[in-house]
Design a protein around this ligand. Structure first.
Ligand code: COA
Length: 380
């Protein structure tokens, strides 16, 4: 048998579906009997009993913080909220018409240049810095471009959820809304080898730095098949005035084989364990705000998708109305996902770095067979 220079190649699967692309201690998705765990803790327990700060600490530092550690961590995050003056200058150059995800991506990249990772004595602190100042990055730009004002980028709010809402609305948030956003940050924080997390691991595997990895991950999250689905879901819900109108519209979309954003999942087949949690928050907020029609329309869309296609809502679908009820502008839905998922991206990047092997898969070649070079003059 003739020897080749290459290892035998396994068959490809579309979109790497079902491929085990590495090991992780951070998250299970449908592997342990529990549907979703962060470092062994069930997502339902975390969403019901923890705060986002505890979950970020768990993901980045590897354990749930005790009381003292949590107090210190919250103070530490609070200290890291402000933006360097030169980053504000960069943000002021980005037009108000820009996609806020482009603001997040550009801001992250700029911060990586102004405060390189090598400046941080403790490796994990660069992740804390990004999480802590992302709300200000987005909302400094937003208020400057929308209202022509340069806002203060810190607040007295203890939680990141409260800080985000306070910067957005200019006042301390309603407590139920703050709790809803806190829960959503927990649900969005981590999800194993999803597209953007995988990208962050690929970037770090080249021995690149964390801001580069997070910048690449933000660009990946932006697409509507991934993080952008929460915005697309809200734009769809808003098109309808009543549940009956929604049902008719959905039937039309399905007939045309259009994708309905916020439904289906690559890994889950029957339900997304995060969906019921965020749905309960959406329902509660719809009652408080009196926006019950939006919720009724959402429920009808869910019923039609299940009846017609056996497709279930993923986390993005009811996150959309939850954010909407908190008066968060739709283009900020995916940036909010960024703020939360940075904890998961960073945890994976550090895990990759500490047991690194360059991620470099192979491809199944489907191009032309080897052929003679054609000189420029002979080409048609
Ligand atoms: N709306 C309509 N049809 C859908 C659908 C949706 N949201 N999700 C999947 N389908 C259809 C597919 O078109 C496909 O139909 P076909 O067999 O006739 O071609 C079939 O269901 C099987 O799809 P699946 O194998 O689940 O696709 P996937 O694993 O490649 O895709 C998603 C997973 C998430 C990309 C896909 O469900 C999707 O595009 N959802 C909408 C975007 C979204 O909500 N993304 C956020 C994910 S958390």
């Amino acid at each position: 048998m003739s020897e080749t220079n290459n290892n035998p190649k396994p068959k490809t699967t579309g979109g790497l579906a079902g491929v085990i692309a590495g090991e992780t201690e951070i998250c299970t998705v449908g592997q342990t009997g529990l549907d979703l765990t962060y470092r062994g803790y069930d997502i339902h327990d975390l969403a019901a009993n923890a705060t986002f700060e505890e979950v970020a600490y768990l993901l980045i530092y590897g354990k749930l913080p005790n009381t003292l550690e949590l107090t210190r961590y919250k103070k530490h995050l609070k200290r890291l909220r402000n933006l360097p003056a030169s980053l504000k200058v960069v943000l002021e150059q980005i037009p108000g018409s820009a996609d806020p995800m482009d603001v997040m991506r550009t801001g992250c990249s700029a911060l990586g240049a102004l405060e390189p990772e090598s400046r941080f004595n403790i490796e994990y602190h660069i992740a804390d810095r990004l999480i802590a100042c992302f709300p200000a990055m987005l909302l400094y730009w937003y208020h400057y471009q929308t209202h022509g004002i340069r806002i203060e980028t810190n607040t007295d709010e203890e939680s990141l959820a409260g800080h985000f809402l306070h910067l957005l609305h200019g006042e301390s948030p309603d407590e139920v809304m703050r709790q809803a956003i806190d829960a959503s940050l927990i649900l969005y924080a981590e999800h194993e080898f999803n597209a953007s997390t995988f990208v962050s691991r690929v970037a770090i595997s080249t021995r690149s730095d964390l801001p580069s990895a997070i910048t690449a991950a933000i660009g990946t999250l932006k697409g509507p098949l991934h993080g952008g689905a929460n915005e697309a879901a809200m734009l769809l819900i808003q098109k309808f005035q009543t549940p009956d109108e929604a049902e008719a519209g959905l039937m039309e979309m399905l007939k045309k084989k259009e994708l309905v954003m916020g439904f289906g999942h690559r890994v889950y087949r029957k339900s997304d364990p995060r969906s019921d949690v965020i749905k309960a928050w959406s329902k509660r907020l719809s009652t408080i705000t009196g926006e019950t029609m939006i919720y009724a329309i959402s429920e009808r869309i869910e019923a039609v998708m299940w009846r017609e296609r056996k497709l279930f809502p993923n986390l993005d679908f009811y996150s959309a109305s939850t954010f909407y009820f908190c008066s968060i502008p739709i283009p900020m839905f995916t940036p909010l996902f960024v703020i939360s998922r940075t904890s998961g991206w960073a945890a994976h990047a550090f895990e990759q770095r500490h047991n690194n092997k360059l991620i470099r898969p192979s491809a199944d070649y489907t191009g032309p067979q080897p052929r003679a070079f054609v000189p420029l003059a002979d080409r048609i």
